[in-house]
Write a protein that binds this ligand. Structure first.
Ligand code: SAM
Ligand code: SF4
Length: 331
């Protein structure tokens, strides 16, 4: 599928639920979300139908996200069914990792290829402050489980926020002794910051260039060699720029949605848990896939898919606000 700006669209991100077992301060209000009603959420079979049609038109990669995708009943069966659909080459998952120790094995057997685990700090107290309900050791156990289950690559995604004063060198060093691919992602001041009342804004965004310099300066101070451009990139490298410490088993990537737009490389559509297709993360324009799948079947799915494709903007033109927060869009 090509959009009206000539980009090939072959990647679908699917939010399986808006619910989560964490309450990250930049993503959800402390008392949780006003969860979507059961009938408003796409059923597993409806998601399968949508992916089947999307795959017949060129979607090759699917990422399951949320909310926390592993709290959604039927996720393993969904992975099993999507990975065996004609045309689908890659199925991946973005998770906070907590449920991976009990699920990594069955997800791997179901055919899941890759896992991204979100972790913003290695400090237990800061972890609790950010997630409100989480324990650092649970997410670390999730990373161990992902490596043991043989997912390749295992990426660890950290959102960088100036006022959090995270220890970025310690984080980057996670890539040294194990095949972990650490990625630093610029915080995006979406609708969530006003909703959760944290009031974080553009001043909290740490541009990736600055972060790279900070990490390298600290590495040199501590007697390490600085990061250098990575020799080979992990599979599914997407819009990150990758570096590595000499001799490290993994890499360190920087994703810069704000300081370096990667709109010209955009290859994705998003499907929200309540069945809306979003052509762009930063735009509130949505297309009603739920009505199409429920009322019209495959022809309706196809129609909405192409309407959304035609509406993909060329760039987000510095707009970062949206009505919905990440747990609702599917980060
Ligand atoms: N619960 C899963 C997890 O945390 O990995 C999947 C959903 S979560 C919304 C996906 C990713 O979005 C997480 O890595 C999270 O840190 C990130 N995220 C949420 N709000 C964000 C924001 N305002 N800016 C940048 N990243 C954000
Ligand atoms: Fe949950 Fe992920 Fe949002 Fe944190 S970032 S509250 S783990 S959905």
């Amino acid at each position: 599928m090509k959009d009206s700006h000539g980009r090939t669209i072959d990647y679908l991100r699917i939010s399986l639920t808006d619910r989560c077992n964490f309450r990250c301060i930049y993503c959800m209000p402390a008392d949780g979300v006003c969860a979507l009603a059961h009938e408003d959420i796409l059923r597993i079979e409806e998601i399968e139908q949508i992916v089947r049609v999307a795959a017949s038109h060129g979607i090759r990669s699917v990422r399951l996200t949320g909310g926390e995708p592993l709290v959604r009943k039927g996720v393993v069966e969904l992975v099993d069914s999507i990975t065996s659909m004609p045309g689908i080459e890659n199925v991946s998952l973005t998770t906070n990792g907590v449920l991976l120790p009990g699920m990594a094995g069955e997800l791997s057997r179901a055919g899941l290829h890759r896992v991204n685990i979100s972790l913003d700090t290695l400090d237990p107290q800061q972890f609790r402050d950010i997630t409100r309900t989480g324990r650092l050791e649970d997410t670390l156990a999730g990373i161990d489980a992902a490596l043991e289950a043989g997912f390749d690559p295992v990426k660890v995604n950290a959102v960088t926020v100036r006022r959090l004063d995270q220890d970025f060198l310690k984080f980057a060093k996670l890539s040294c002794d194990r095949p972990l691919h650490v990625r630093f992602i610029e915080y995006m001041p979406l609708g969530d910051s006003s909703e959760s009342g944290i009031g974080w804004g553009k001043e909290d965004v740490i541009p990736s260039e600055e972060l790279l310099e900070t990490i390298n300066a600290r590495a040199v101070e501590s007697g390490m060699e600085p990061l250098r451009p990575a020799g080979s990139k992990p599979v599914g490298w997407g819009p990150a720029r990758y570096y590595e410490f000499p001799g490290a088993m993994g890499t360190v990537g920087f994703i810069s949605p704000l300081s370096r737009h990667f709109c010209s490389e955009c290859n994705r559509l998003r499907l929200t848990a309540d069945g809306k297709i979003r052509p762009c993360l930063f735009s509130d324009e949505e297309f009603d896939m739920r009505a199409a799948v429920r009322e019209e079947g495959p022809e309706g799915i196809e129609r909405v898919l192409f309407e959304a494709l035609g509406a993909k903007p060329d760039d987000h033109h510095d707009k970062v606000g949206t009505e919905r927060s990440m747990n609702k869009i599917g980060g």
